[in-house]
Design a protein around this ligand. Structure first.
Ligand code: KG4
Length: 340
């Protein structure tokens, strides 16, 4: 039987990434991140798409070289079709179409959120790898999403809960901005929280039904506390930075885990996976391990390389779709917003 070799391309936001997967095993995963946005305090879409244009060819080239495969070995090109920034998506989509057309191979469109979930099936070809079994729950937490997903198969996923306002990553980033930390603030909050007291400040927790999330109340409660304290002491933030970070982080993790516990119990599913950029957070990772010990959950926490945007997760999703003959027509356009 011929090998299935998939080139995955990810360009939904500010990371240009290419990866090669052969028969389900990852051979390379190359990412060029864009530093140009740091001074603006957020991703500038026009600058992102220009940087993707500069990066895409060298990144794909490097991914093929590291994998030791020639472009003529490829079975298909998988690409992120959405959701994401339209200009950024257009670069990856157009490249994938042109490249595949020239090689006379099919293209496979990939939903970025579905790929974050399927990142748990990336194999590095080593012994003792463990993958979740269906059905499992996945907490997908990033800068744009906070969702609880029931994963029944590679293609059958149901969002049973999601944020009604800000995402968890946004809560970290917005609070970090108020404290004068660089963008994205999440990793800085995580770092500073290690020296802080998580019980130092108490912030409001949302009371909303079912498995849905809300983080706008936390952000407002944080903002009001800081505003009032600064009136008494102008150095309040600097003098309490670690405690503020630890307390925000504690509250975000508490909010995330409470709904996840409820979903696991109600749905009777105790295999629980974590995905998305915020899954890099050390307190959230620790909470997963604690839940494994306390409630007997079997937890799946991704390696750091697969928490942020990466093409390995696009390639593995493309690999599964390829096996199902799920291809994409050349006239399909990227989409900026869509659910799973
Ligand atoms: O999935 P992702 O890379 O892309 C977007 O959805 O944009 O997630 C990025 C988000 C940002 O909000 C960032 O602050 C957050 O993930 N993040 C973290 C940590 N690392 C990244 N939040 C908390 N703690 C971290 N260690």
């Amino acid at each position: 039987m011929n090998s299935i070799v998939i080139l995955g391309i990810e360009s939904s936001c500010d990371d240009t990434s290419a990866a090669v997967i052969k028969d389900g095993v990852l051979l390379s995963n190359i990412t060029a991140s864009q530093s140009v946005h740091a001074k603006y305090g957020g991703v500038v879409p026009e600058l992102a798409s220009r940087a993707h244009q500069q990066n895409i060819i060298p990144v794909v080239n490097e991914a093929l070289t590291v994998a030791g495969v020639s472009k003529t070995d490829l079975s298909a090109v998988a690409f992120t079709r959405g959701p994401g920034l339209l200009g950024s998506l257009l670069v990856g989509t157009s490249f994938a179409k042109g490249f595949a057309q020239a090689l006379e191979i099919p293209i496979v469109d990939v939903n970025h959120l579905q790929a974050h979930v399927l990142a748990h099936f990336i194999s590095e070809g080593t012994d003792n790898e463990q993958f979740p079994e269906f059905p499992f729950l996945c907490l997908l937490v990033s800068g744009g999403n906070s969702q609880i997903i029931v994963v029944r198969s590679y293609s059958d996923m149901e969002i049973v809960g999601q944020t009604i306002d800000d995402a968890a990553g946004e809560a970290f980033d917005k609070c970090a901005k108020v404290m004068g930390l660089p963008y994205p603030g999440g990793p800085h909050v995580d770092r500073l929280a290690k020296q802080g007291n998580p019980q130092a400040f108490v912030f409001s927790k949302p009371q909303i039904p079912e498995y849905n999330y809300s983080f706008s109340g936390l952000k407002t409660s944080f903002l009001y506390l800081v505003r009032d304290k600064i009136k008494e002491n102008p150095n309040f933030i600097a003098e309490n930075l670690n405690d503020l970070c630890a307390s925000i982080q504690y509250t975000v993790v508490e909010i995330l885990m409470a709904k996840l516990r409820k979903a696991a119990k109600d749905l009777n599913i105790y295999q629980v996976a974590l995905a998305g950029g915020v899954s890099a957070n050390s307190a959230l990772r620790e909470a997963f391990q604690q839940h494994a010990n306390k409630y007997g959950w079997k937890v799946f926490v991704p390696p750091f390389a697969y928490t942020t945007d990466n093409a390995a997760m696009i390639a593995i999703t493309g690999y599964f779709k390829y096996q199902n003959n799920e291809f994409c027509a050349l006239n399909e356009a990227p989409y900026s917003r869509v659910s799973m």
